[in-house]
Design a protein around this ligand. Structure first.
Ligand code: BES
Ligand code: ZN
Length: 589
């Protein structure tokens, strides 16, 4: 038996599934999908076909004509889930599986009406990255393999279903509606995505539309209005946009990520909606994935940096094109700080500080960090410096072209760049970046006048005219630069002058709350608790829970906030917070 992806039972000696036809009825009252998946094989096949599943109840496995097929659902493995082995008689072209999902499916969050902004209708969404698609569909859940799909979702008539795919129509029958979708471009399974809820939309350009719950749609349309300029800038840098449409879905507040690059329908946290477009770099990032990640994908999670490092690099190039080098440098600086923090968090697990990782037996969600993002981006910036901007940009276009709609490893990347830009890997000592820990000396350093102004303060109180001129990102950089614990007087003065506790910009607010909590400034506790109850984005939950739980005086606040909010958190976020609280308790003993 051969296996290439440590997070899948897929055996590369077995037949490849080429396309999926999915019929699913969305049952809000039992929180499950009743589904039938038909998997079509690339060629008539025979022998064993192993699929990934998690928490699925398998009702039948047949050939397309209904003939039962022998199959075994193996015992559950904690990270991988349960292998479903199907015996294919000679000449099999397709298998059909009838099944239902579990209310605990790790890819799905079922929201009560009260957890939505309208408060009237339930909501359901999927989040399949990294390895959760298998809890919705039995399939070869590895990005090494791409599939096309067609799907029909049966939902309550008063709701809409959206998918990261092309809409092919809606039919209404009595209380129900059927929404049909098709994904004509082959995608890795982690990009399978849908949502069901009360949704409205606004067109922002002929190929870009934003969806949101009605209560949010106006604000969402304003915040993301510049998306077409972003797409145009990205096309100028990386080549034509290959996915036809770029729509966006504004998620309910419990969405655990900032954004998710589901093709044709990027999912975005509502915490980006600051009212002034100051946090749209997350949208830029998800758009950039249309080239880096979705066109050229990592073959498995050990090469995750090929997805995220390239995307951060591409995001900064788009920002530079639209807002200038100064702005891009500020983002570089923020990224560098986040990287240093991740490296510090992984002190005890240095192997996770490499770009190429070894993840057998390791849950990719558990080791999610800024290393592949920011170290990956720095590595590419180092290569760019070594090769020169023009040569590097031209190489990048050729790389995207060579591997479009394919899934590759770090070795594929190395071979390509070595062939096209001979010597450049050696110039930056690439093995130290790829298989070494930490950041090599001589890594590119962000340079900008605005950054210097912040650094010169060394955390001291800024003069009001300076602070008034700051963008959200400069506020974040400043707040993160304040040495902690900051004296109580400093915290008081900052909050009095700049109203930070009242900030409605979540990035600024959370940077401030973390500084305040790490400084024992307990006046912010109610606001911190409020944030933990209002949003489920892990980027915010993590530092707030850690700051609260580390200090024995505020640990009860963390425990109480989690008790109150856990039911509303996404399954992945719930697991994260459980782990953080457990770690904090055991660090105490
Ligand atoms: N693809 C990621 C989100 C993700 C990664 C989900 C791994 C599940 C597993 C997405 O593109 C992302 O990186 N989002 C970032 C935004 C960003 C600007 C770095 C986030 O959510 O914070
Ligand atoms: Zn990303």
């Amino acid at each position: 038996m051969a296996r290439r992806d440590p997070h899948s039972y897929n055996d590369d000696l077995q037949p490849d599934v080429e396309s999926l036809e999915l019929l699913a009825r969305v049952d809000f009252s039992h929180r499950l999908l009743h589904a039938e998946a038909t998997l079509k094989l690339a060629a008539p096949s025979e022998g064993v076909l192993d699929l990934d599943t998690r928490e699925l109840t398998i009702e039948s496995v047949t050939a397309e004509d209904g003939t039962p097929l022998a199959h075994v659902l193996h015992p559950v493995e904690p990270i991988l889930g349960a292998r479903l082995s199907i015996e294919l008689p000679a000449g099999t072209r397709a298998v059909r599986i009838r099944y239902r999902t579990s209310p605990e499916a790790s890819a799905l969050q079922w929201l009560e009406p009260a957890q939505t902004s309208g408060g009237q209708k339930p909501f359901l969404f999927s989040q399949c990255q990294a390895i959760h698609a298998r809890s919705v569909v039995p399939l070869q859940d590895t990005p090494r393999l791409r599939i096309r799909y067609r799907a029909e979702l049966t939902i309550p008539r008063e709701l809409r279903a959206v998918m990261a795919a092309a809409h092919r129509g809606r039919t209404e029958q009595g209380e129900l509606a059927i929404e049909r979708y098709e994904m004509p471009q082959p995608i890795p399974p982690y990009l399978f995505a849908f949502a069901v809820g009360e949704l409205s939309s606004r067109d922002l350009s002929p190929r870009a539309r934003v969806w949101a719950e009605p209560a949010m749609i106006e604000r969402a349309a304003y915040e993301f209005a510049e998306v077409e300029r972003m797409i145009a800038a990205a096309e100028a840098l990386f080549g034509p946009y290959d996915w036809e449409r770029f729509d966006m879905l504004t998620m309910p507040p419990s969405f655990p990520y900032g954004g998710m690059e589901n093709p044709r329908l990027t999912f975005l946290t509502p915490t980006l909606i600051a009212g002034d477009r100051s946090l749209v770099n997350v949208l830029t990032h998800e758009l950039a994935h249309s080239w880096t990640g979705n066109l050229v994908s990592n073959a498995n999670a050990e090469h995750f940096w090929l997805n995220e490092g390239f995307t951060v690099y591409a995001e900064r190039r788009i920002i530079e094109a639209l807002e200038g080098p100064e702005s891009a440098s500020l983002h570089d600086a923020l990224g560098r700080r986040a990287l240093e923090e991740s490296l510090e968090d992984f002190r005890a697990r240095p192997a996770l500080c490499r770009l190429r990782t070894e993840l057998t037996g390791i849950d990719p969600d558990e080791v999610y960090s800024q290393v592949p993002y920011q170290k990956g981006c720095l590595f590419l910036q180092a290569l760019e410096q070594a090769a020169g901007r023009e040569a590097f940009s031209a190489w990048l276009r050729r790389y995207l072209d060579a591997f479009r709609f394919r899934s590759i490893t770090t070795d594929d990347f190395c071979a390509h760049i070595e062939r096209e830009l001979p010597g450049v890997l050696g110039k930056v000592d690439a093995p130290r970046w790829i298989d070494g820990e930490g950041v090599p000396e001589g890594a590119p350093k962000p340079r900008s006048r605005r950054l210097d102004a912040i650094e010169q303060l060394a955390g001291a109180l800024p003069a009001e005219p300076l602070a008034q001129s700051w963008s959200a990102i400069e506020w974040q950089l400043y707040l993160e630069s304040v040495p902690r614990p900051a004296p109580e007087g400093h915290c008081l003065a900052l909050d009095e002058r700049f109203g930070l506790t009242r900030s409605t910009n979540y990035e600024v607010l959370v940077a401030w709350l973390v500084l305040a909590l790490q400084s024992g400034h307990h006046a912010v506790l109610p606001r911190a608790e409020e944030v933990l109850g209002a949003v489920g984005r892990m980027k915010f939950l993590r530092p707030l829970y850690v700051a609260l739980a580390r200090d024995p005086r505020t640990r009860p606040v963390a425990e109480r906030a989690f008790e109150r909010s856990r039911a509303g958190y996404h399954p992945i976020a719930r697991e994260l917070v459980e782990r953080l609280l457990r770690e904090a308790r055991s660090a105490e003993q």
